[in-house]
Design a protein. Sequence first.
Length: 201
Amino acid sequence: MTEHPDLWQLEESCFAQGVGTVCGVDEAGAGPLAGRVYAGAVILPRGWSHPYLNDSKKVTPRRREILYDLICQQAEAWAVAWAEPEEIDQINILNARMLAMERAIQGLAKVPNLALIDGNRSTGISVPNQTVVKGDQKSASIAAASILAKVARDRYMVDMAREYPEYAFERHKGYPTKLHYERLAHYGPCPIHRRTFLKEK
C-alpha cells in the first residue's frame, strides 16, 4: 500500500472526463548556478504506486535511485530531457525550464492526451496541458517525473564534478552554497556555469 493514496485523484478526475492518456512533467535544477536544467515526463500504468513515491525533494537519494529504476522499467512511457547552460543564458531559466519540459514530452514513445505540468506556467508546451501548483505532491505522474528529473540531473552533476573537480559539484550539485561561492571566487566560472546567474548574485 502506498503512503500517499491520494496521488491518483488528479489523474482519475482526468480519466473520468474522458482523457485517455495522462503524462506528468516536472523539472529539476532551476536554482543552481551551474549545469543543465533537466525535465522528466512519465506516463504511468493506471494506479501504479510505490511506498517511496513522493515529491523528489522529500525522498532520500537512495530511494530516488530505486524509484528511478522502477519507473523506467514499469512506466508505459518515460523520457528525460534538458536545456544546456548556454540556452539558459540565452532565453532565461523560465523559458529553459519550459523548453526542457517540451523536449521531455516530445521524447515520449506515446503521445499523451494531456500533460500535467508542475507549477503555474506552461508556455511553449505543444500538447493539451494543465498546470498543477505543487503537482509533485498531488499527482503520481508528476511525482514520478520529478524523480526522473532529479536523479538524472544529480548524476550529470556528479559527472561534471569529475570533469571540473575544483568546484566540488558532487557536494552541492551547483547550488549557490557557501562552498560553491568560495570555489567560484578562487577559480572563476567554468564552462558549465550559468553566466546570467552569476551576474545576479
